[in-house]
Design a protein around this ligand. Structure first.
Ligand SMILES: NC(=O)c1ccc[n+]([C@@H]2O[C@H](COP(=O)([O-])OP(=O)(O)OC[C@H]3O[C@@H](n4cnc5c(N)ncnc54)[C@H](OP(=O)(O)O)[C@@H]3O)[C@@H](O)[C@H]2O)c1
Length: 250
């Protein structure tokens, strides 16, 4: 099906089945790209639009399993126009008091949020080179620069995403590959929708976020799609915050 569509190329998105990843996959499909949806379930985001659905290619992938990642990227590279992009979105959030945080729980979060970002990018690299270059967008978090109670592992993992982004941007510039970290603030997704709709967290956030409310997955997705569409060749290695100015507010 993917071979029949007209597209400037295929972009792989990890964790594309729900939340921010699903919104990104749909925004990229709307922008005309083929989207390789790398998910553990082998699912794609729901859409009633058959033209969009035709651009979404389901590929099973567990980002913690290197063989699965390697096979998934090889399959994605067979998509229409070859592999011209990767969005490292899959991630996990857990919290715990640092004094009680088990090493195994710390390492599990680092494995999904940081190590997998490097591994998936490394496995995408030969395919991007074959396509003549491309853009990797890593989904970080504005927690990368904050000190947050009970969030030591998550903050460390997202700071690592910023570092991985900078190193790959410098090293792979010669391959015509750009790497950007898109770092959201609080975003309403299925996971936190109820908590964010009302109650103490929502009241706190409405006061703390200068724009007065949390963001949506669609806002993050439209930023990511714009980065692909606009082809800003001098932009690489940076972390772009999309947090309603919360991360810089005093
Ligand atoms: N929501 C926010 O407020 C917020 C803020 C800043 C940054 N972020 C970042 O944005 C990204 C997406 O977050 P979200 O809020 O959309 O989270 P979410 O709704 O919990 O979705 C997480 C996604 O990651 C996938 N995933 C987890 N482990 C995986 C694995 N081993 N292999 C493949 N996929 C795996 C999940 O797949 P399954 O369905 O199979 O579990 C799911 O698709 C994450 O990197 C997160 O840290 C989120």
């Amino acid at each position: 099906m993917a071979a029949q569509i007209t597209t400037p190329g295929t972009i792989a998105v990890t964790g594309a089945n729900r939340g921010i990843g699903a919104a990104i996959a749909l925004a990229l499909a709307r922008a005309g790209y083929g989207v390789a949806c790398l998910t553990r379930s082998g699912g794609v985001p729901e859409t009633g639009d058959s033209d969009l659905r035709a651009r979404l290619v389901p590929i099973r992938c567990d980002v913690l399993d290197e063989k699965s990642v390697s096979a998934a990227l090889a399959q994605a590279a067979k998509g229409a126009g070859g592999l011209i992009g990767l969005v490292n979105n899959a991630g996990l959030h857990t919290d715990a008091k640092s004094a009680e945080l088990a090493t195994a729980d710390y390492e599990r979060l680092m494995a999904i949020n940081a190590t997998a970002v490097f591994v998936v990018a490394r496995e995408a690299h030969p395919h991007l080179v074959r396509a003549g270059g491309g853009l990797i967008v890593n989904i970080g978090s504005f927690f990368d620069k904050l000190g947050v109670k009970r969030n030591l592992a998550y903050c460390a993992s997202k700071a690592a995403v910023g570092a991985i982004t900078r190193c790959l941007a410098v090293e792979w510039a010669a391959d015509n590959i750009r790497v950007v970290d898109v770092a959201p603030g609080y975003i309403v997704t299925d996971l936190n929708r109820e908590m964010m709709a009302a109650g103490p967290l929502r009241a706190y956030l409405d006061k703390r976020i200068p724009r007065g409310e949390p963001g949506s997955a669609d806002e993050v997705a439209r930023l990511v799609a714009a980065l692909y569409r606009e082809d800003l060749r001098f932009l690489s290695g940076e972390t772009i915050y999309i947090d309603g100015a919360q991360g810089i507010a005093h």
